[in-house]
Design a protein. Structure first.
Length: 217
């Protein structure tokens, strides 16, 4: 396996953002996409994505085998919420590992939550999602969505060893469709995919990101 580049890596922060100004759109207006309610918030922020990301997601769904669909869980995340998630997770790691240096805490935290200044979700560029059957049953992906590396003993890594054959096959189906539609994966989380953000620019050698962090309105 290639060495994983974390979102905390200075190479990611060094990528320039040339925001194209594309709007954030509400994915719930698309009847063909099933939207899960677990991340619902008062303003509906969670259900927004940049238009270009949604278009690619719908393309990816068409590439799935018959009977499988995407289950959209979380898209846009306000910058203040991203900061809260990152700091809370880093605080927990610090408490559990009092000997760790600040750099080690930041790196370990960014396996699970992006540092707020990178934040693909706050750019409306990232989506957390999984696969469902025709009847709406979530398919076996080896861990729950949003299982941390600590909780899952690393099984949340997309290419983790020790994941059962059915889950491995399902991860591959999901990944093949999303990759063909132009999204990239964060290798520490099988459910996290993005298009147009800095991590996408890094993975695709695009030179700059199309979308940077912003407020919903
Ligand atoms: C917290 C998790 N669902 C997530 O979204 N992680 C990525 C790396 C992020 O914060 O962008
Ligand atoms: Zn994510």
């Amino acid at each position: 396996m290639n060495k994983i580049v974390l979102m905390s890596d200075p190479k990611i922060a060094a990528i320039p953002v040339a925001d194209c100004g594309e709007p954030l759109v509400d994915v719930r207006l698309q009847e063909s996409l099933v939207v899960d309610s677990r991340k619902t918030d008062q303003s509906g922020a969670f259900a927004h994505l940049r238009e270009g990301v949604l278009i690619r997601l719908l393309e990816a769904q068409k590439l799935l085998p018959d009977g499988m669909r995407l289950l959209f869980i979380e898209g846009y995340r306000p910058p203040a919420l991203q900061r809260f998630y990152f700091e809370r997770y880093a605080d927990n790691l610090r408490a559990d590992n009092p000997g760790w240096s600040p750099i080690r805490v930041r790196e370990a935290a960014s396996r699970y939550v992006s540092p707020p200044e990178i934040a693909p979700h706050s750019a409306g560029a990232a989506v957390d999602l999984t696969l469902i059957s025709a009847t709406g049953r979530e398919l076996d992906m080896g861990t729950r969505v949003n299982a941390s590396p600590e909780e899952s003993d690393g099984a949340c890594y997309t290419d983790a060893d020790g994941v059962g054959s059915e889950a491995r096959a399902n991860r591959r189906v999901l990944g093949d469709a999303l990759t063909a539609a132009g999204l990239v994966n964060y290798p520490t989380e099988w459910w996290h995919w993005s298009y147009g953000d800095r991590y996408w620019a890094f993975q695709t050698d695009a030179g700059s990101a199309r979308y940077g962090p912003r407020e919903l309105r």
